[in-house]
Ligand binder design. Sequence first.
Ligand code: NOS
Ligand code: ZN
Length: 364
Amino acid sequence: MTAASPEPTVPTRDQVLRAPKVLLHDHLDGGLRPATILELAAEIGHELPAGDADSLARWFAESADSGSLVRYLETFDHTVAVMQTAPAIARVARECVEDLAADGVVYAEIRYAPEQHVSQGLSLDEVVAAVQEGFEAGMAAAGGRIVVRQLLTAMRHQARSMEIAELAVAWRDRGVAGFDIAGAEAGFPPTRHLDAFEYLQRENFHFTIHAGEAFGLPSIWQAIQWCGADRLGHGVRIIDDVKVAEDGSVELGRLAAYVRDKRIPLEMCPASNVQTGAATSIAEHPIGLLTRLRFRVTVNTDNRLMSQTSMTAEMWSLVQAFGYTLDDLRWFTINAMKSSFLPFDERLAIIDGVIKPGYAALLG
Ligand SMILES: O=c1[nH]cnc2c1ncn2[C@@H]1O[C@H](CO)[C@@H](O)[C@H]1O
Ligand SMILES: [Zn+2]
């Protein structure tokens, strides 16, 4: 080892925990604390599949570990059921920020579908307000260590995307940074919601689309070339357009080349993909090859409850599987911050004022 080329630092788990992290893809209704679900369910008489926090945590993880996105999504019935009043929603939102701050996350975009939280009479506006109240309380409690924004999701099998897009634009200066569609992918292509995406483009607003998770290239192609998505939620199946020859040389198809050339961010969620069958294991997850090929890869949690994960756990599993160094983790983190839906100057302020100094301190 010479002074000019120090050995790359493979971090310890504690360093990963302390490293500043950025999270672009995390569902509010996929990250509740098990103990909170129990308390909120008891208040409203909602019946749960388990009676204590540990068993409930296990039930979510095991049920979600099904190899199928559709079955994975069924577990959300219980989290959504306990998030139907403003105080319950605000509590979940505040605890979300507390948990992320404790995990070393410095910036997060948290998504949820407002239309799923109106069954007890809340208006869409009241749902967004309750989430914002919880986020602001959480940020204040964390003393400025974390910045959190909302992304409003429309459910792809429903027909409310235009309304949700308008809601997101109405809240754009009050904590909502973008829009998304989620839910079962097969049979519900992004173009079903083309009017909403066209509206958002006319409004100069930002959006991401869950695509290339349970369905392949046509979904990614539509999300980008028809709908104009700024980012891809998962996007993991872009690997179907990447050919690796026996000699190790790599050839990108037209769509994969476009995604890489245009620096379209991939919101990759390794643990979730293993549960839904979109990837066979962390070690075989396409994130390894896509990172090597310098796609704009970001690392995310998707659903911390269902996948029993955190940003630290996701990054630590990648360190173990691929031998990533602190420099690699810094690269993922800066990729994510560059790809966020915050105004450019605010992104730069976090990169220069928080992420770079944070890694510098760790790298000693
Ligand atoms: O990985 C995913 N793929 C597609 N949809 C998802 C995923 N995780 C959660 N949701 C869906 O998004 C809704 C709003 O947050 C959740 O209720 C769930 O149905
Ligand atoms: Zn997701």
